[in-house]
Design a protein around this ligand. Structure first.
Ligand SMILES: Cc1cc2nc3c(=O)[nH]c(=O)nc-3n(C[C@H](O)[C@H](O)[C@H](O)COP(=O)(O)OP(=O)(O)OC[C@H]3O[C@@H](n4cnc5c(N)ncnc54)[C@H](O)[C@@H]3O)c2cc1C
Length: 426
């Protein structure tokens, strides 16, 4: 029997999976997808060339196999990483090049778009940010068209990918001690110990695990099913999905990961509901230089936020920081610092497309936390444009917030597709 179906109440909140499914799949998802296709939301500025601050993968370039071909430094790293773990060098090189190709980011933009984007940036708000964001003024930062670079299977896997997930879970100490991670190879488990220093931050662990689940749903839903010289076919890979989420195949962990995805959904939805007053300000514009369209998209955006507000079973984030004020403040600061670390780890992701979406989604989640931690400032926002606002979001934060939520919303929708496919198999 396939045991990937998740039903009923979610731990830590008063909501159930069925209510979310109905709300998301029938109401919110189609509206959001529409908005995310608009110009304001499809172009994201990001620096994909920041060096990894935690370890150097380039040391692998000293390997004998690296000399096989002349290569750019980045290509060199990828190829050498492939060789390092392989007995069959030729096959691996092929795989690596394929992965490199699938994981490459398409940075093409028309001249017209490029010029328009320069103009838009003048309208960005300065903001006090919650998490590390790329320096938008850096020459290495570039606009990426997200529609040209869908999140899907890239072939990024193995020790490099585990190292990233491992660092996020183990070194940032969000893992509840009860969670079994039997599938992680021993050699990639953290040897740093540090258990005594870790404070259990269950909710935060669930957010990261939900993000991890979402990424793995996307790669299973847009899998490379066929790749030959005349065509590439992308689609749902039910076997891949089952391997990651079936209760029996994952020692009971799969369904918990899916529940974490729903938990993440609720947290992000809550932030959208709370941030409505910011977007309602008359001075706020989704500036792209075409006033008619900008106005229309602002209306669409407000409708989505109103819809988010109407959700009947919102998560009560006050339960997260209940109790002693000092302790709550310390907990928030710990979370902020750990989150900062996670956003830096994204610069260590070798596959550029994975890095792009990893950065976008961590920034989106960082923005969610910033919103949830700024309740009073948002409520105090002035309705007249003469006063200095107490809360700001930059364009980059706005784009990442909505696109990150769009990814989670799509994952919830994809679960429905996988459920139907699994039912047909029976
Ligand atoms: C930031 C980032 C972005 C990525 N983006 C893409 C992408 O766009 N396309 C693509 O094809 N690949 C992407 N990957 C790779 C992908 O996530 C997997 O790492 C890869 O497919 C290998 O999967 P795996 O089965 O070995 O286990 P992984 O997904 O690598 O997981 C490692 C271990 O963590 C545990 N685990 C798995 N899921 C969860 C969860 N939800 N919660 C808690 N623990 C869990 C399991 O014990 C598992 O063995 C990305 C990886 C990272 C780090």
């Amino acid at each position: 029997m396939h045991v990937t179906r998740v039903t009923g109440n979610l731990d830590d909140c008063a909501c159930d999976v069925e209510t979310i499914d109905h709300f998301n799949n029938d109401q919110l998802f189609p509206k959001l997808q529409n908005l995310l296709e608009s110009d304001y939301f499809r172009f994201y500025k990001v620096n994909l060339n920041k060096p990894c601050p935690f370890w150097t993968s380039s040391s692998h370039c000293g390997l004998r196999h690296c000399a096989v071909k002349p290569c750019s430094p980045v290509k060199c790293i990828k190829i050498s990483l492939c060789f390092q773990y392989s007995a069959d060098a030729n096959k691996q090189l092929e795989e690596c090049e394929k992965e490199q190709h699938l994981g490459a980011v398409d940075v093409s933009l028309s001249d017209e778009t490029r010029e328009a984007l320069l103009d838009w940036s003048k309208y960005d708000d300065e903001a006090e940010r919650f998490c590390v964001v790329d320096d938008e003024a850096s020459p290495d930062s570039q606009y990426v068209d997200l529609l040209l670079n869908p999140e899907r299977f890239t072939g990024y896997k193995g020790p490099e990918a585990w190292q990233i997930w491992n660092s996020i879970y183990e070194e940032n100490c969000f893992k509840p001690y009860t969670v079994k991670r039997p599938l992680l190879p021993d050699s990639f488990r953290s040897s740093s110990g540090g258990e005594g220093q870790c404070v259990e931050k269950r909710a935060f662990y669930r957010l990261v695990s939900g993000l991890h689940a979402s990424i793995n749903i996307h790669l299973s839903a847009r899998y490379l099913l066929d790749d030959n010289w005349f065509q590439r076919e992308w689609g749902h890979n039910v076997t891949e999905f089952r391997q990651r989420f079936d209760s029996e195949l994952t020692a009971g962990e799969g369904p918990k990961r899916l529940r974490n995805l729903y938990f993440l959904y609720l947290i992000e939805l809550r932030a959208l509901a709370k941030v409505l007053p910011f977007f309602q300000q008359p001075s706020f514009h989704l500036y792209t230089g075409r006033p008619e369209e900008d106005k229309k998209h602002k209306e669409q955006l407000l409708q989505i936020l109103q819809l988010a507000r109407s959700f009947p079973l919102h998560f009560d984030e006050r339960s997260l920081f209940a109790g002693d004020e000092k302790e709550a403040a310390k907990l928030k600061e710990d979370i902020r610092l750990a989150f900062l670390n996670i956003s830096k780890i994204m610069d260590c992701v070798d596959c550029f497309k994975c890095r792009l979406w990893g950065k976008l989604q961590t920034q989106g989640l960082g923005t969610v936390l910033k919103i949830l931690f700024s309740e009073r400032q948002i409520e105090a926002l002035p309705m007249s444009s003469n006063q200095r606002p107490s809360f700001q979001l930059s364009r980059q934060e706005i784009v990442s917030l909505f696109n990150a939520f769009g990814r989670i919303s799509t994952s919830v929708r994809e679960l429905k597709n996988f459920r139907s496919m699994l039912a047909e198999e029976r």
